[in-house]
Design a protein around this ligand. Structure first.
Ligand SMILES: [Zn+2]
Length: 435
């Protein structure tokens, strides 16, 4: 329905000189400083500028194929392929799909494409000058490749050193079995004439390290670690190095994420107390309960009262290759102080078992109303790569639950429930589990 309205609007916009809309016909396009003239004027739809397909092909110089029957537009540069479909608000970049604010459309039989979405996926910057109604497009020189200069090994960890670049280095790390190997692919990377690498010193995991210029144009270096036995790894990445620390798959890492922190207080309770402090106190109690567990390491996403973005929390857990992730929160609904109870959230199917276990433990620990295990698209449960759950222990806007939750004895019980669920999920010990 929406698309029909947009289409009608776009066509009427070209036919009728409405005041207010008429200005949209005067949109200018500058490509690398040069003004582009088009037979069909650019249009604005849903606050996005759409330009005729010829701007993309001729002015920007990309290879464009338009299939009338499938209504598909294929746009290619040296390393990327984009696909768009008329009237579908979706763009595919090298097969990966993402959403568009506005769909490509036909206007007077001309194919109009959302310029920002197309350009930003093709090494091109796009700016909009509202005063002059000008779309400013500049092609960006691709970053020169970095050089892998040396590989160092120390015990069960090793470091790949390379030259600096402006963007974080692109990498893909995965394991292969039969025989056990760890593979690190470094994007836009070339080998130094001589990569320095001392001979491997005696250790539990690393038998040998090999490297090659795996691909040229785009350049990719592949480093292969021949392993003596299966291993898990944690990653530390800097501007000019990546370090991998190997560990036994038996050694589990749990990330506890005390929600909010620093400038972000989280919810404000009915008596004006901050959610972030409650989350922190509970997290500390969980750490205390688990820190002496053999083969288990507990890591916190933040130190005391600091602000850490959601994406950095996810990256922290993913780089550790943690086995489990638990985000601790408390709920709030100021308009409904009567609402109370415990909720546990998950996003990916592989997280449901853990979410269910921790929820059962929380119900027993809190005695609060069961508001169920629920699905939600929270970033920390969606983008983490290990089973992940987010708990909302109770409602800070309900005076009964608020008073209980700030009581240290109550927090201890909640922490014991969380610790029991973690041990149950990871099959560590049996004490404290509830059936
Ligand atoms: Zn929260």
């Amino acid at each position: 329905m929406k698309r029909v309205i947009l289409l009608v609007l776009s066509i009427s916009l070209l036919l009728l000189p409405f005041t207010g809309l008429a200005a949209e016909q005067n949109i200018q396009i500058l490509v690398n400083g040069e003004k582009i003239t088009t037979d069909t004027p650019p249009i604005i739809s849903s606050d996005r500028v759409l330009v005729p397909i010829r701007v993309i092909s001729e002015a920007l110089g990309y290879n464009v194929v338009w299939d009338v029957t499938t209504k598909e537009v294929i746009i290619k540069d040296d390393s990327n392929t984009l696909k768009l479909i008329i009237n579908e608000p979706t763009i595919w970049k090298n097969g990966n799909q993402s959403e568009l604010d506005v769909a490509p459309m036909l206007v007077n039989n001309r194919t109009m494409l959302p310029i920002r979405a197309v350009a930003e996926n093709l090494n091109t910057s796009v700016d909009w000058d509202n005063a002059t109604k000008t779309v400013i497009i500049n092609t960006i020189e691709p970053e020169p490749p970095r050089t892998l200069t040396s590989i160092e090994q120390s015990g069960t960890s090793f470091t790949l050193n390379f030259t600096n670049g402006s963007d974080p280095v692109g990498r893909d790390i995965f394991t292969l079995s039969d025989p056990e190997r760890l593979v690190i692919d470094l994007e836009n990377m070339v080998l130094a004439e001589e990569v320095s690498m001392p001979s491997i010193e005696e250790n539990e995991y690393i038998a040998d390290i090999r490297y090659s210029q795996y691909e040229i144009n785009p350049n990719r270096v592949r480093v292969v670690i021949d392993l003596k036995q299966p291993a898990k790894y944690s990653i530390t990445q800097n501007d000019n190095s990546i370090t991998l620390e190997l560990r036994s798959p038996e050694e589990k890492i749990v990330v506890i994420d005390p929600g909010h922190g620093g400038k972000d207080p989280g919810a404000i309770s009915v008596t004006g107390r901050y959610e972030k402090n409650l989350n922190w106190e509970t997290a500390l109690k969980v750490v205390a309960l688990l820190e002496n567990e053999p083969n288990l390491t507990v890591k916190l996403t933040r130190n005391n009262d600091t602000y850490v973005s959601l994406d950095n929390r996810v990256e922290f857990a993913n780089n550790l290759n943690a086995d489990l992730y638990l985000s601790i929160h408390a709920n709030a609904l100021p308009s409904r102080p009567d609402i109370r109870g415990t909720e546990t959230y998950y996003t990916r199917a592989d997280s449901l078992d853990f979410a269910t276990m921790v929820h059962q433990q929380l119900l027993v620990a809190t005695g609060f109303t069961d508001r169920r295990v629920r699905y939600n698209d929270f970033r920390v449960t969606k983008y983490t790569t290990m089973p992940a759950a987010l708990i909302e222990v109770g409602y800070l806007t309900n005076s009964v639950e608020e008073e209980a939750m700030y009581n240290p004895d109550f927090q201890q019980k909640v922490a014991e429930g969380i610790a029991a669920a973690i041990k149950e999920y990871l099959s560590i010990g049996v004490e404290g589990t509830v059936e």
